[in-house]
Design a protein around this ligand. Structure first.
Ligand code: GCB
Length: 592
């Protein structure tokens, strides 16, 4: 397995061929796929073989085939013709992600597996793929989480160990988002030069009226000098692989008001100066940093206005849905938002490309949810580190990514015995994360029931809190919710000289439900609660903004607390506005 920070790209030196389209899949309900030889492929006319769109989750696509709640393994197959021109190239497969885990087979031979969850990986298929020939590509995907990872999962394995039926519980209790399975992001066949650029790190900044650019590049298959071009213009002398080259190009800063991007090319040069390989990225120059109680973007104070989101759309599930991506950015603009947290996992890179272009400030979150300090092990912590490495490697060159969230709602801190474990855990993890990237603020989203004394706060650059006064506590009581929130903010402000960001607040509203009183689940209650929170955020000296939970309604596992979906969306799952959307549009200055 290769954790690739190398995106599939096509230029004169490398080629990425899309394998998106209709594949075939087969549910392995009895775990007999291997013994049945499915790794070699199967006849797609078999009655239990289904056509399936990639990218896309299998759940809603194949609900009528009884696979809505299927947790995997699901076997995918398609034929791939390896072009004649692949001769002399390294032949790789690149997956945007396979959720949550996958093993890859070519002509029946196992060629690799996925890496950190919800992130890209690549496998070298050169040993099997022959130029001019067709291969049978089979991918075994499971939506079950691994045994170890930076999340608390109520693992179906644990239920089985307790003697209960797996199906009795799955997927009812996993997180508050549906565990959509499948090849949710694009798949590419990549032809790469044998001597090539790998593992590029690009960091940009803007402060004191000056840009900064740090680039480090490794090569594979040999060495050579490298050259950097911005918008086609060469910067300085060629530089060596493996060291960080620093530049201060004459450019304009990137910001939400003026999201200026530049084409950055890195070229690998041969002995006589000829170009052997090239990679291209769109980059922008900006710095987000904390000073006192403020958040400064390019040295100017900024208030974050926006949402926590999910990758969740009808039928696609967690699969990339480009028309909806375009619409969502249109709606962010319409409502006057400037910021999004990629709750609760790294999103498809197309989201970050669009955020770069549209000037949206992104807090990029690691897939770490409900970390359970009662059960935490070294393996879990190692998995957390690897997840951060892979996420930073993929995302750090994006101008829009201005902060990292290392985790959402680590739990059980309130129990003293477990609370004691979390301090050292965060100290080590923040240290490690800052060694990887010291250029951005870092934080962890604290859960309300863990209280205000979270040991993670000591290591956060700004405090991040998810609060549901007026919903899970003080239900239906906006006055009490208001005092409880103010008290929380004052407590935290007293204990820490740091800015505070409310990364989640909101209320469920079923579109079309109305009332003249403070009635939960109505559009009026959701709208009034959001307006109340925003007033408190705007007035509190420590507050650097807030994200409403959630941008849109999203599917969850079935649960008595959920009416099919989590209805905290300001837009419905289809993106129709609820009353709160118009309220926010006014509050965020985007007009009426
Ligand atoms: C939270 C979680 C989020 C849930 C939300 C809710 O605190 O971070 O994943 O969806 O609450 O609506 O319960």
């Amino acid at each position: 397995m290769d954790v690739m920070n190398m995106r599939p790209e096509t230029n004169g030196f490398r080629e990425a061929i899309s394998l998106d389209g209709i594949w075939y899949c087969r549910a392995d309900k009895d775990g007999l796929g291997h013994s049945n030889g499915w790794a070699k492929g199967w006849s797609v006319t078999d009655p239990d073989s289904h056509p399936i769109a990639v990218p896309g989750s299998w759940n809603e696509q194949l609900a009528e085939a009884g696979l809505m709640n299927f947790e995997g393994p699901m076997w995918y197959q398609r034929q791939v013709r390896i072009p004649e021109r692949a001769a002399g190239a390294d032949i790789m497969l690149h997956f945007g992600s396979a959720d949550y885990r996958a093993e890859i087979f070519c002509n029946g031979q196992r060629v690799g597996k996925s890496g950190p969850l919800m992130l890209p990986f690549a496998v070298d298929i050169g040993a099997v793929a022959r130029p001019g020939k067709i291969i049978t590509l089979v991918v075994k995907v499971t939506a079950r989480l691994p045994k170890h990872g930076p999340m608390q999962e109520v693992r179906s394995e644990d239920y089985v160990a307790e003697g209960r039926a797996r199906d009795e519980y799955w997927p009812a209790v996993r997180f508050d988002f549906f565990p959509f399975g499948g090849l949710n992001r694009s798949v590419h066949l990549c032809l790469l030069p044998k001597l090539r650029i790998e593992n590029v790190t690009i960091d940009t900044g803007w402060s004191g009226g000056k840009s900064s650019l740090g680039v480090s590049t490794e090569t594979k298959g040999g060495s050579g000098k490298l050259r950097l071009l911005i918008d086609g213009e060469r910067l300085d002398q060629p530089f060596e692989a493996g060291i960080q080259a620093r530049f201060t190009p004459y450019v304009q800063p990137w910001s939400p008001d003026n999201p200026v991007l530049y084409d950055c090319s890195i070229e690998l040069l041969g002995e006589t100066g000829q170009v052997l390989d090239r990679i291209e990225r769109r980059i922008g120059f900006r710095t987000l940093r904390v000073e006192g109680l403020q958040l400064l973007l390019n040295d100017q104070p900024i208030i974050l206005k926006g949402f926590g989101k999910h990758e969740d759309t009808p039928v696609h599930g967690r699969g990339v849905n480009l028309p909806m991506l375009v619409k969502d950015f249109g709606l962010l603009d319409w409502i006057g938002a400037n910021s999004v947290r990629t709750s609760h996992y790294p999103y498809d890179e197309a989201f970050l490309d669009m955020a770069d272009e549209r000037g949206i400030l992104v807090i990029s979150e690691c897939f770490s949810v409900n970390l359970d300090f009662r059960k935490i092990s070294d393996e879990d912590q190692n998995a957390h580190r690897s997840a951060l490495e892979a996420q930073f490697a993929r995302d750090r060159h994006h101008a829009s990514v201005v902060a990292w969230s290392l985790s959402n709602e680590p739990g059980y801190l309130a129990e003293p015995e477990y609370g004691a474990r979390s301090g050292p855990y965060w100290r080590d993890l923040f240290d490690y994360a800052r060694q990887l990237d010291s250029s951005r603020p870092m934080t962890v989203a604290n859960v309300q029931y863990a209280g205000n004394a979270d040991p993670a706060f000591d290591y956060c650059d700004f405090l991040t809190i998810n609060r549901y006064h007026g919903w899970y506590s003080e239900p239906g009581q906006l006055d009490r919710a208001s005092s409880a929130l103010t008290e929380t903010l004052d407590d935290l402000a007293k204990a820490h000289e740091k800015p505070i960001f409310i990364s989640e607040f909101g209320a469920d509203a079923v579109a079309g439900m109305h009332a003249t009183i403070d009635q939960m689940w109505t559009e009026e209650y959701q709208s009034d609660l959001i307006a109340l929170y925003w007033q408190i955020i705007a007035e509190h000296q420590n507050c650097i903004g807030g994200h409403v939970w959630n941008f849109a309604d999203f599917r969850t596992a079935q649960h008595g607390r959920r009416a099919v979906m989590n209805r905290k969306g300001v837009f419905t799952r289809e993106r129709d506005p609820k009353r709160s959307a118009f309220t926010l549009k006014k509050l965020w200055g985007a007009g009426t």
